[in-house]
Design a protein around this ligand. Structure first.
Ligand code: FE2
Length: 391
């Protein structure tokens, strides 16, 4: 993909310390079958299947596919060797997110600072290089079995070049011509970058992980968080949003709370071996109507809202620049705060277990997360849980 979509203000942020995160380098998923999963995400969500490693490229431990769209990079990895950690991951949790990796200036310095701040090592700094350049990575453990890698790039592997379709890392080969890649170029879904990445943790553990992000990664509680909003009759979850120093990276944390019915967070945990993990990845678009139209055309399975949602939503949200009839027809959620509004829609789970899903979000000034939609959403989610016999 050659579209160079910058993350918000990425280039304008001053560098002040080792934990200054330049961008989401990539999100790595562990999956049961990377080759097939690559085609699922390409067909459903319009990703380009760009680069890969497998037995034919000399990789005997794992196979990985790099999928890109705008400034989003997903790496789908499956274990080839029997004792590869991805195999265990898939056995315990099904397909899901393993690594939310951040691009930094100095991966070793970021890693050492995170350890000094109380973080635990997932793996020590390692450099892979060839005549084109090098990639240095080091990882720390966060909630459950999720890790954050720090990625430092140089030469042909630099982030700027990667955004323009450059090589991901030594060992990766370009994928040959694929009909789906041509189709996606002609029919773009308009997804630009990762807006936020939400983790589900156990009951009573949210504040622990909030402090972890404050202490270890030097994140801050996002300024738009309002603790009056976290608990409603329906919500049965509590949530706090953590943001990196430059607010480029947002990692909300959810925990289940006692409600009238089983929390959606508890349902996630029960199908995730009672282990915290990434609940959803929100992908940003500048044109929600176009993106949702294209994704629906491709058969993306979105959450169905209660019919009553649009009876009251416009009283709450007021005027928007999009066509309201189209918003309603496409089943998109809308919310407003004092800075503007947002449009959002959630997919159903992306795999058979009710675990990971995507959100497609468009911001028109609003920097919040759609708290006005909580009640409508929870009603919709409860219907889904009931269908699965998990309520
Ligand atoms: Fe979200």
């Amino acid at each position: 993909m050659t579209i160079d979509v910058p993350s918000p203000d990425a280039a304008t942020q001053p560098t002040t310390g080792p934990l200054d995160l330049i961008d989401v380098d990539h999100v790595r998923f562990y999956v049961g079958n990377a080759k097939q999963a690559a085609h699922f995400y390409a067909h459903e969500f319009g990703f380009q299947i760009e680069q890969f490693t497998d037995l034919t490229t000399g990789s005997r431990e794992e196979a990985s596919y790099l999928l890109t769209q705008g400034n989003i990079r997903f790496v789908l990895t499956t274990g080839l060797a029997q004792d590869h950690i991805a195999q265990e991951h898939v056995k315990l949790y099904g397909d899901g997110v393993r690594d939310v990796a951040f691009c930094v200036d100095d991966a070793t310095a970021a890693y050492e600072t995170a350890l000094k701040n109380g973080g635990a090592s997932a793996y020590e700094p390692m450099t892979i290089s060839d005549e084109r350049g090098s990639v240095t990575m080091a990882g720390i453990e966060t909630y459950g079995r999720v890790i954050h890698s720090f990625v430092e790039r140089s030469g042909e592997y630099g982030l700027r070049k990667l955004k323009k379709g450059g090589p991901f890392a030594p060992g990766y080969s370009a994928v040959g011509p694929l009909a789906i890649n041509d189709y996606n170029k002609k029919n773009p879904c308009g997804l630009m970058f990762v807006d936020h990445c939400v983790g589900n943790v156990e009951e009573g553990k949210m504040n622990h992980w909030v402090e972890w992000y404050e202490n270890v990664l030097e994140f801050k509680l996002f300024k738009h968080f309002d603790d009056k909003d976290i608990s409603t009759e329906y919500s049965a979850l509590m949530s706090k949003v953590m943001a990196s120093g430059n607010q480029l990276i947002k990692m909300p944390i959810n925990e289940p709370a006692d409600g009238k019915k089983k929390s959606q967070i508890l349902e996630y945990l029960e199908w995730h071996n009672m282990t915290p993990g990434v609940q959803h990845v929100a992908l940003r678009t500048d044109d929600e109507l176009h993106s949702i139209t294209e994704l629906r055309k491709r058969g993306v399975d979105f959450l169905l809202l209660p019919k009553t949602y649009y009876d009251i939503v416009w009283d709450r949200v007021g005027e928007i620049q999009e066509d309201k009839d189209a918003v309603e027809e496409l089943g998109i959620l809308v919310d407003r705060d004092d800075e503007g509004y947002l449009l959002q829609l959630f997919t159903r789970p992306l795999q058979d277990r009710p675990t990971l899903f995507f959100e497609i979000i468009c911001r028109r000034g609003s920097q919040s997360f759609g708290k006005g939609n909580f009640k409508a959403l929870f009603e919709a989610l409860e219907l889904e849980q009931e269908r699965r016999g998990n309520l």
